[in-house]
Design a protein. Structure first.
Length: 459
């Protein structure tokens, strides 16, 4: 009798380990798919000069179609799609949602290639439609990879959630780095000159075709992962979990009432994460302005963006693995304070040395700035996951809180980056405006930091 019980216990543990391995394979695929979608999302930014030449657009035109519009879509569609995700939770899982986002992004990438066919003839409107589909797919992908952190089954520990969160957060800068790498391989400096517009148009089509091919490969991998990891069974398990926790499936309006009246900490989480994300997106778009104003070359602006994203990728990796290695750590205040101090020192010294036009120095501070901003964002995201584990009432609204953060971040990012570009290209006193933008980024970081300190102190 005891031997049979022991054997059943061992087999049950082996089954759980096998399920965990399959889940982690699926998570790696979700991270890869999200990276490729970010790759397509950022590609017009990494090739903005060549896009201007191919379509005879201003820099504001390229940024508005590729950057402000997608951030605005993040603000406009996060909440409606979140409500839809909750309603469809009984019939779909994260893998189904991510496959849907891949399909939409692939369609958008194909349409973008068609939009480039006309070049100077004005078919960039078609390109806008394709880019809008990529932005819409990005919103679905974000919600898809966040959903398992909320609809977690009993065997998903907080460590598994932190590991998943690290993969999600690292996909954003890694996607930009891939886009920058491909643009450096396919495109050249001469492609930004007006007399080379025809050649540039062909290269842009190749640049976009490679992205479409990667999306196709990603979709094929999705079907393979679905067949080998048993995600169809996962859908049934999630449906059972959803039936058992039906009280968690609240409507957005009801969740708003609870958050604004009872859960003040949730509002602090929303503002802190949103402000960090807005600062991250705003700083990313300011590097070409810095290069243009302070006697750097355009290539230096791309270099600053690359170092900025590289610092972000390194920071999220160290924070995530550091948290996993010493998960019992209860006081992230020291790390947070160090990050904000590094950010302040980097911005002050960087602004003071802009006029020297030493690109190595500016690139180093660009990396430090990206590392500090993204470290604080990662800490805020992971700490919120810890809060969900300790507060069952807050856990019911965790997905809504994160969706509100995305909505606010997209709104602030779209407004501030759009207004910043307009002022930059229409204002003669550009130097003062660059300093003002750096000060505004520091303000966003400081508010998010203070709110996060309060959450850590009184969680």
């Amino acid at each position: 009798m005891k031997s049979s019980q022991r054997q059943s216990s061992i087999s049950h543990k082996e089954q759980e380990q096998e399920i965990t391995i399959q889940e982690r394979k699926a998570v790696w695929f979700h991270g890869f798919a999200f990276t490729i979608i970010q790759f397509c999302w950022f590609s017009p930014i990494s090739a903005s000069r060549q896009m201007q030449n191919a379509f005879a657009l201003s820099n504001i035109g390229v940024n508005s179609y590729a950057y402000y519009m997608n951030l605005a879509m993040l603000a406009a569609f996060s909440l409606p799609l979140m409500e839809r995700v909750i309603k469809l939770n009984k019939r779909s899982n994260s893998h189904t949602d991510i496959m849907l986002s891949i399909l939409i992004a692939f369609a958008g990438s194909i349409i973008r290639i068609g939009g480039c066919a006309g070049g100077l003839n004005g078919t960039y409107e078609v390109f806008i439609v394709g880019q809008a589909l990529v932005g819409f797919a990005n919103v679905i992908a974000v919600l898809s990879v966040l959903k398992p952190l909320y609809y977690a089954r009993s065997r998903q520990t907080t460590v598994d959630k932190v590991w998943r969160a690290g993969i999600i957060l690292s996909s954003i800068p890694f996607g930009f780095l891939l886009s920058e790498l491909l643009s450096q391989i396919v495109l050249s400096r001469k492609d930004s000159y007006f007399f080379n517009s025809l050649t540039t148009q062909i290269k842009i089509e190749i640049f976009l075709a490679v992205q479409s091919f990667l999306m196709l490969v990603c979709g094929i991998m999705g079907f393979v992962v679905r067949a080998t990891t048993g995600t169809a069974k996962e859908s049934n398990n999630e449906a059972t979990s959803a039936n058992e926790t039906n009280t968690q499936q609240i409507r957005v309006i009801e969740g708003f009432k609870v958050i604004f009246k009872e859960e003040k900490k949730s509002l602090m989480v929303v503002v802190s994460i949103a402000f960090y994300m807005a600062a991250y997106y705003l700083q990313l778009l300011k590097w070409p302005h810095v290069a243009n104003q302070f006697h750097f070359t355009q290539s230096h602006g791309e270099l600053f963006q690359t170092y900025y994203q590289l610092g972000s990728l390194i920071s999220v990796t160290f924070i995530t693995f550091g948290w996993l290695q010493d998960f019992d750590i209860e006081r992230p205040k020291v790390v947070m304070t160090g990050c904000i101090m590094i950010h302040i020192a980097s911005v002050v010294i960087m602004c003071a040395t802009f006029r020297l036009s030493v690109y190595q120095l500016t690139a180093m501070f660009a990396m430090a700035t990206g590392a500090s901003i993204y470290s604080l964002l990662t800490i805020a995201f992971i700490h919120f996951l810890r809060m969900l584990e300790k507060n069952p009432q807050l856990k019911e609204h965790g997905f809504l809180v994160l969706t509100l953060s995305l909505t606010l971040a997209g709104a602030i990012g779209a407004i501030v980056t759009g207004f910043g570009d307009f002022v930059h290209y229409m204002n003669r006193d550009i130097t003062t405006w660059i300093y003002a933008c750096e000060g505004f980024i520091w303000l966003l970081m400081s508010i998010g930091f203070l709110l996060q300190l309060i959450l850590v102190r009184y969680q």
